[in-house]
Write a protein that binds this ligand. Structure first.
Ligand SMILES: [Zn+2]
Length: 282
């Protein structure tokens, strides 16, 4: 009888030990977002032999390693997503977990501004140029390269925001566009710094953006810097977080010197401030 009890005790111990060692744990940061916000999923206790994957609304969020049994992925919610609860599904071997990401109703403000009419109603040549540049950028966003970023992202300019993300802009009482980045106040020639480690994949003059820099941080994350007076880096250059990459200007469709700062995550226009808030300690 004693021997039988011991046998059961042993089996139980092995069983609980096995499940606790391989039961994957997952956490999402933050749990509540607005449309256009970034989020981060962190997994721990992943079994060594089992690959893990994360999906939100059917779209995969690529995972990055962060030590033994640890992985994390950064994704974003589309600006026009319907508010409500979104399921984040985590698969690893026999395990399937579901986390809830709550998307709140946004309150994007309206802004009215005046611009020279030739910058608003485009002639056929300008229209063709702007379209071509948009296609070029679209191709960049689709490249998911190995991770270069390390730790948290920082603002490229330590100044107040003059135009928020998601603002509906009514230009010259007619054209409506949505502001897909933030504007940071800046003086002509002020230094702009890289938001994180990455590679410069675009450094050229665009019709709307003027002198525009794009930095690829890997894992599908890009930062965009527009209206620069001039560049301090070239296409192809590797940059460290905080490196000077350019100087504030008012090139392209701008009413005065400022920095338009944008973030793309897996081709999604993301509120840069939401990426800055993620705690990416590894
Ligand atoms: Zn802007």
């Amino acid at each position: 009888m004693t021997r039988l009890l011991m046998y059961f005790a042993l089996v139980f111990a092995v069983f609980t030990c096995t499940t606790s060692a391989f039961a994957i744990h997952a956490d999402i940061q933050p749990r509540n977002v607005f449309p256009g916000d970034a989020f981060m999923v962190r997994l721990s206790d992943i079994a060594p032999s089992q690959a893990a994957s994360v999906f939100i609304e059917g779209a995969e969020v690529p995972l990055e390693g962060c030590g033994e049994g640890c992985a994390f992925g950064i994704g974003a919610v589309e600006i026009d997503t319907t508010p409500g609860e979104k399921s984040v599904i985590i698969n690893s071997g026999p395990y399937r977990l579901s986390l809830i990401l709550s998307v709140r109703t946004p309150n994007f403000p309206e802004m009215r501004l005046k611009l020279p009419q030739d910058k608003v109603s485009l002639g056929p040549e300008d229209l063709a140029r702007a379209k071509k540049e948009e296609e070029k950028l679209k191709e960049i966003w689709q490249q998911i390269t190995p991770r270069l970023f390390q730790g948290d992202f920082m603002l490229p300019l330590p100044n107040p925001v003059s135009a928020v993300f998601g603002a509906k802009r009514i230009i010259n009482d007619q054209t409506v566009s949505v502001h897909r980045g933030i504007d940071l106040r800046g003086k002509q020639g002020e230094q702009i710094r890289a938001a994180n480690y990455g590679r410069t994949v675009l450094a050229e003059e665009l019709f709307f953006g003027g002198n525009t820099l794009v930095i690829d941080h890997g894992a599908g994350i890009y930062t965009v810097y527009m209206h620069l007076d001039r560049f301090a880096v070239n296409r192809g250059d590797l940059v460290a977080k905080g490196d000077i990459i350019g100087f504030v200007g008012s090139t392209g469709r701008a009413t005065g010197p400022h920095l338009h700062f944008g973030v793309k995550i897996l081709s999604i226009n993301t509120n840069p401030l939401s990426l800055m808030k993620l705690q990416i300690s590894e």
